[in-house]
Write a new protein. Structure first.
Length: 377
């Protein structure tokens, strides 16, 4: 899919980047700010996307950079605390709840899924007596991705509500990719099942459990799980969200992105995402034994390895400067989110259009941005 739009002018805002907790740009030196701004500008230009925001959090404060525009109609830049659909970053929240339930001895990671969801994982795509909870969270189940059967370039598809049961069947009605536990293959169906697992064990909707156990205790005031299909409008300040179709670019900000499901429902800000990942890696979300399980990894098989190891709801990467980082990332029509974190430093990059797969430099630019942000003094 080609993304044939180029922003003619970018907004050089490094000198006036918004700071959370202070009103200057302490937290990044002038040279570091210039390098980060230049890379973000290049990301917008080469990615043919309308705009981007980068939020770097460390030492108790945020440094924000923006480039391009948040709204093509008005030319406005990203607002300071811009909310975005964070897509698959939702999976880390969901995995964290499962690990909390593991610590409470209500779920066993290596138990078959059929123990908790009898009769659900059946068909050519998987056997619930063989697939374990760990397999779901680690994407080693072999269950195909339901998104393979959906046209994500279609606005009609994106504005149509589908039940979680129907989407799970779309995955399980495809032939299994491999025997459970033998390799990695990313599948959103795994986290639809993980959400069902949480609901079965707790008797509470997964969104309520994520809110009660994580969002509330961490004080993530700009993070929420929307109630689809009724709630399509983003609650707080935000950029517009765009999709490039064969008929041109379409504003798809206020849509139902397919159901508010546990594979990608949530909205958040760069600040809140950074806070969550740092809290998780610091041991403030799950107990030490369960955090160790989340950080037990297998190879993804990426070549060259960007996210070279996958745990339970977390990916481990090493920056070009040799810093070990953790995170997830997310991609939903209209928004693209990338980032990385350690216990005391995190960066989130938000784009208001998904870059096209035909743009080969995007991964490299994002890797350079993460490297610069995570090694800055």
């Amino acid at each position: 899919m080609k993304w044939p739009f180029a922003i003619a002018a970018v907004l050089m805002l490094a000198a006036s980047a918004a700071i959370s907790g202070c009103e200057d740009q302490r937290g990044a030196t002038t040279s570091e700010s210039i390098r980060l701004q230049a890379l973000l500008d290049r990301l917008v230009r080469d990615g043919d996307v309308p705009g981007a925001q980068l939020v770097l959090t460390h030492d108790g404060r945020d440094v924000r950079f923006t480039s391009g525009v948040a709204d093509l109609a008005t030319g406005e830049p990203f607002p300071d605390a811009a909310q975005a659909r964070i897509a698959s970053n939702t999976k880390t929240f969901v995995a964290s709840v499962v690990l909390q339930l593991t610590a409470e001895h209500r779920i066993e990671l290596d138990a078959p899924v059929a123990r908790y969801l009898p009769g659900v994982v059946t068909g050519p795509g998987g056997d619930g007596d063989l697939v374990t909870v760990r397999n779901l969270l680690q994407h080693s189940s072999g269950i195909p991705d339901y998104l393979n059967r959906m046209d994500l370039d279609s606005v009609e598809t994106l504005t149509s509500h589908h039940s979680i049961g129907d989407l799970i069947r779309l995955g399980l009605d495809q032939p299994a990719l491999f025997a459970p536990g033998t390799k990695f293959d990313y599948s959103n169906t795994n986290y639809l099942l993980a959400g069902q697992l949480i609901e079965h064990v707790t008797g509470v909707p997964v969104d309520a459990e994520v809110t009660r156990r994580i969002i509330g205790p961490l004080g993530l005031h700009d993070t929420y799980w929307p109630h689809y299909p009724a709630e399509n409008v983003i609650r707080g300040p935000h950029s517009r969200a765009y999709l490039e179709t064969t008929g041109g670019r379409v504003d798809i900000t206020d849509i139902d992105p397919n159901g508010g499901l546990p594979d990608g429902a949530m909205l958040s800000t760069g600040h809140d995402l950074n806070s969550f990942f740092m809290a998780l890696l610091s041991g403030a979300v799950v107990p030490p034994a369960q955090l160790a399980e989340m950080r037990r990894t297998i190879a993804t098989g990426d070549d060259p390895p960007q996210a070279d190891q996958v745990g339970l709801g977390l990916f481990r990467s090493t920056t070009k400067s040799g810093v070990e980082t953790w995170g997830h990332g997310g991609n939903i029509p209209g928004f693209y989110t990338a980032g990385a974190a350690t216990r005391d430093r995190a960066v989130t990059i938000i784009l208001n259009q998904v870059p096209g797969e035909s743009v080969p430099s995007i991964d490299g630019i994002i890797a350079d941005l993460v490297d610069e942000a995570m090694r800055s003094s």
